[in-house]
Design a protein around this ligand. Structure first.
Ligand SMILES: [Ca+2]
Ligand SMILES: [Ca+2]
Ligand SMILES: [Ca+2]
Length: 108
């Protein structure tokens, strides 16, 4: 089994003009924040402790919430089930945005 813990999401470049309202999904389900979305601006980080346990690969998606127009998909990363234990980063770069997710993994 793979345990991935999401630690920090850093915003290098926003998708919206003034602020982004972001949400992380894993396995198709929202995993952060617990409710709604997180408002973030460029060159700042959001810290979290979000554990995700899986028997297989973990696909992580970053979404940016809009209303009334549709939410924006900012990209995805794939954490393989056989990922080396330790600290890792993944990049979300769709829609001219750029975010980095910092996470750690262990196998058990
Ligand atoms: Ca947007
Ligand atoms: Ca938005
Ligand atoms: Ca949109």
């Amino acid at each position: 089994m793979l345990l991935a813990v999401f630690n920090r999401l850093h915003c290098h470049k926003m998708e919206d003009a003034t602020e982004d309202e972001v949400q992380l999904r894993a396995g198709g389900q929202r995993v952060w924040p617990a409710e709604g979305d997180f408002t973030i601006v460029e060159n700042t980080s959001a810290w979290m402790q979000v554990p995700v346990i899986s028997a297989g690969d973990i696909r992580v998606e970053l979404w940016e919430e809009d209303w009334p127009d549709p939410d924006d998909f900012l990209g995805d990363i794939l954490i393989p089930a056989n990922q080396q234990p330790g600290a890792h980063t993944g990049e979300f770069t769709r829609d001219e945005a750029h975010y980095t997710l910092h996470y750690t993994t262990v196998n058990f």
